[in-house]
Design a protein around this ligand. Structure first.
Ligand code: M6R
Length: 616
């Protein structure tokens, strides 16, 4: 989704802006642009559909120096991907330039008013409307210097409905960038002789580790040697400087050809990190004291509702099943976008868990706010402890997966599953789970990293299976119980990066309609753990084979019946039922990855997708 990087410096800024845009590429975009103010006072704007490299190639070869600039990667919402719809956008005077993440809901009304006042527009975007609106107030303002820009933003934004993170410059203010946010993230980077604004802290890493995560309605004015933060709202702005705790190579692929493959291979480490110091062997439980939720408040919970989108939703569905089976607490899941639309009732003792890798997904944030409004206790499960979600929830369980750059969620998903296993353990031990069962779960959790390693070692044989079935026109993914959500996740992964139509189903639903899809060109991926449902899963394979459907079976212990029926078998280590979802996820990720590779897809930047969906 859209990305912003802006900088005011004592040095040339174009290379910094282009490099920053490259750090934002993983978020998904279709065009890129920048506006710089040259030291001779000329406002230069360049915008290009396609990759950042196309923008770079379009820039003049020996341009005049520029120490101030704003830049942007755009993921189209209002208006198709094109040079003219790319950001930055200028106001009517052509002297004010603005980049924007988010959506302006009342852009049509605002545009009509501006058209009536004689404004002309060059794009179909809501952002250009915003630029004109700010420019209109700038021209009418009696203030001078930076105050003129902050005042005009304050006045313009008072009539704007929607979400924004934005950075604005004006030709008459050679050192100054003004940035503000509402509902979309914006981070201020404190560099040496320079200050920066970015929508994503990772883009600031090459320049500084000292950052300020701006709050909603903060408005900041930055120059190379100074910054100030005020509020657009009635309160005084409060902020603190954080140290970015990211490895310098966090955003590099290392020796892997794709971020996705690197992140799949980082999963043993991610799981170890998420378990570290959270396993309580003495009490056969999990240390969740860092949540800040007292055992008493957790004990009072009589219902858990889990909310998320995409993979985070499927992690939540698995988590609900884990919590129900371990803690005997009613738990269910809701699509975040549905939760915010449906006005769901919440009891007095509900715990609402919002799951989100980024912590910035618009639907998930809106659902959290709705749950808080209704008085529920809220817990965020996120990879980003400084995200809006973490800051607004009553408590946060950090995933500790490390930065995830690939658009397809991989290590964040298994970290969400392991976080849910810990939560189920802790909630279970607060209720009826016996000590020995708690210890059994702890021991099984501790084995996961090496078990995942052993599945990763099968990457080559999974690649061969993927190559065999890569020309399929569709794929089905079937699982039962705890593995039904994993079938959904397997299908999502496959369609996201290979563009093969894939659908996940509860295996019990096969006979109720899905079976019509079975034919020799549609492989079914069957999740068959060696548990009490094994004979039912073997029955499902029989039904598929009877209709000449190819079967890829994922199973643990050798089973002669599965071996003779299935066209391909992927064997994974045995574990407790509760942890089967984690181990079954790994071969599904590899299957999707190798299928996409065989088809020559752009794995880290799949078409139309954005890493975090920060707009409605
Ligand atoms: O950042 P979030 O976890 O809130 O993102 C939720 C979904 O947008 C995300 O999981 C999406 O489905 C991924 N592309 C899945 O690979």
């Amino acid at each position: 989704m859209c990305g912003i990087i802006a900088c005011t410096s004592t040095q040339e800024v174009r290379p910094l802006l282009l490099n920053g845009l490259r750090h934002l590429e993983y978020r998904g975009y279709d065009s890129a642009g920048l506006a710089v103010l040259t030291t001779s006072g000329h406002l230069e704007v360049h915008k290009k559909i396609g990759r950042v490299d196309s923008l770079a190639a379009h820039l003049p070869s020996s341009p005049p120096p520029a120490h101030l600039g704003i830049s942007h990667t755009r993921w189209a919402t209002h208006g198709e991907p094109s040079d003219s719809n790319a950001h930055p956008h200028l106001d009517q005077s052509g002297l004010l330039a603005l980049v924007h993440n988010g959506t302006i809901e009342n852009h049509a009304d605002l545009k009509s008013q501006l058209l009536a006042a004689g404004h002309h527009f060059l794009s179909e975007t809501d952002t250009e409307v915003l630029a004109h609106l700010v420019g209109q107030h700038y021209d009418a303002s009696s203030a001078s210097g930076p105050d003129r820009l902050t005042d005009s933003l304050r006045l313009a934004l008072a009539s704007v409905k929607g979400t924004f993170a934005l950075a604005v410059i004006h030709r008459d203010l050679p050192d100054i960038i003004v940035g503000t946010r509402r509902g979309s993230p914006l981070v201020l980077g404190l560099g040496r002789n320079q200050h920066l604004l970015a929508s994503d802290a990772a883009a600031l890493l090459p320049h500084t580790r000292k950052v300020i995560f701006l709050n909603d309605l903060d408005i900041t004015t930055i120059s190379p040697d100074n910054f100030s933060i005020a509020s657009l709202g009635p309160h005084t702005a409060s902020w603190h400087i954080s140290d970015l705790d990211l490895a310098p190579d966090a955003a590099s692929r290392g020796h892997f050809p794709h971020f996705m493959l690197k992140e799949i291979h980082e999963q043993p480490l991610a799981i170890s990190r998420s378990l570290h110091r959270r396993l309580d062997h003495d009490n056969a439980s999990a240390h969740l004291d860092q949540l800040g939720l007292s055992p008493a408040s957790l004990h009072h919970i009589d219902r858990v509702r889990i909310i998320g989108c995409g993979s985070a939703l499927y992690a939540g569905m698995t988590g609900a099943r884990m919590i129900e089976s371990t803690a005997f607490l009613p738990a269910d899941t809701e699509i975040a976008g549905e939760f915010r639309s449906l006005n769901r009732p919440l009891g007095n003792h509900s715990l609402v868990i919002t799951v989100s890798q980024s912590g910035e997904t618009a639907d998930s944030l809106a659902a959290l706010r709705e749950a808080r409004r209704k008085g529920a206790l809220t817990l965020a499960l996120t990879n980003h402890p400084s995200s809006s979600l973490a800051r607004e929830a009553d408590a946060t369980l950090e995933l500790l997966a490390g930065p995830e750059i690939g658009v397809a969620a991989t290590k964040s998903f298994v970290s969400q599953l392991s976080a849910f296993a810990l939560l189920a353990l802790a909630l279970g031990r607060l209720r009826h789970l016996p000590h020995h069962s708690g210890l059994e779960l702890i021991h099984a959790l501790e084995q996961l990293p090496s078990q995942i390693d052993s599945i990763l070692a099968q990457s080559h044989s999974i690649a061969a299976i993927a190559a065999r079935f890569a020309s399929s026109h569709g794929m089905l993914f079937l699982g039962r119980g705890l593995l039904f959500p994993i079938a959904l996740e397997g299908a999502l992964k496959m369609k996201e990066i290979s563009y093969i139509h894939a659908a996940g189903f509860a295996a019990s639903e096969l006979k109720h309609g899905v079976i019509a899809l079975i034919d020799p060109h549609t492989p079914s991926v069957c999740l068959c753990p060696d548990d009490s449902l094994l004979s039912k899963n073997i029955g499902t394979i029989h039904e598929i084979k009877a209709r000449r459907g190819p079967v890829i079976a994922i199973t643990s212990n050798p089973n002669p019946e599965i071996d003779s029926l299935a066209d391909a078998v992927i064997r994974i280590p045995a574990t407790l039922d509760l942890l089967q979802p984690i181990l079954h996820t790994i071969p599904l990720q590899l299957l999707a990855y190798h299928t996409a590779l065989a088809l020559g897809r752009d794995i880290d930047k799949p078409r139309n997708l954005a890493k975090s969906v920060t707009v409605d």
